[in-house]
Design a protein around this ligand. Sequence first.
Ligand code: ADP
Length: 346
Amino acid sequence: MGKVRVLKIVGITAVSILLLIIDINLPLGLAIGISYVLIVLLGWFLNNVKAPIYLAILSSFLTFIGFQFSFKVESHLWIIITNRILTIISIWVVGILLYKIKLKTNKVKKVNHELDVKLTQLRIKNEQLEQFSFIASHDLQEPLRTIISFVKLLEKENNFDSESRKYIKFISESTNRMTDLISSLLEYSKIGANPELKLIDCSSLMSDVVHDIDSKIQAYDAEIAYEKLPKLFGYEIELRQLFQNLISNAIKFSKKEEKPKIVVRSSKKDNHWLFSVSDNGIGIERKYFEKIFSVFQRLHAKNEYEGTGIGLSNCLKIIQLHKGEIWVESKAGEGSTFYFTINQSI
Ligand code: ADP
């Protein structure tokens, strides 16, 4: 038995004896009865779920012993009996209630513990999966480079007929695509590997992003507007990538007949910042709102809009790193707004 547990039991026994001595020697009536309830309440501090019931039995027993001596100090029998009956009722009401509360609390504790264990298992599995995708994509690059070098050699050969040249071209295109996919998977697995938390000025981060993608902005004749954005705690490299992905997508998925107009907004909500990136582009059907955040999920053929389908998965991972949420609201043909939150208690 643990030392603390022994101390608790000794304490409760001492309180019980003290109350019994007072009960026997003083005519306190109902006041002493209520004090017996106190013994039951002390059961809260014992680990045993049934402790309040055991203490209710002990308190009832003490009440009965006290009753034997009450005649010496009190005169009216009906008062004595009423006091004792009320005491026993109070003891058992409190005892049963406390037992039920302890039972519920124990269940909640058990569920919480199971949840903690599951969460740890999930975290480990997630780390293993990330390690796996890193190793797989990293190691796949090497044989792929060899294939690309040999395909290049084949392309230089003059001995092939036009049919064979067509096949070599297919192989070359597929290997290039595979290189893109593998490097984006590698990039995805590296997100948050060495994050550095610091105070970031989102306005200057945005102007850096706009500067970085200037050629794309010029090519599409895009307009990008943003109000004064906040200074917040976050991971700079990752946040920069997030803004860049969302704005690049907003430009890329614009309507052919309209020049892209993008607005970035922010507002403070409790302990997080809410951002939105709105565009006047092609929009997204509601049924794809979740799917687009999965790895390699695209809604268009590569010849329509270039890309690998990893951009929004990166965004989701970056937002998870910031303990926030990301979602989209859109209507096909009427533009999209991507929302995300950045928690400030990370
Ligand atoms: P990628 O841009 O390489 O295709 P993403 O993961 O960034 O991959 O996006 C997944 C899909 O979500 C895109 O293929 C596109 O169909 C859709 N999407 C993303 N952003 C927008 C947007 N601003 N407007 C319309 N569709 C979008």
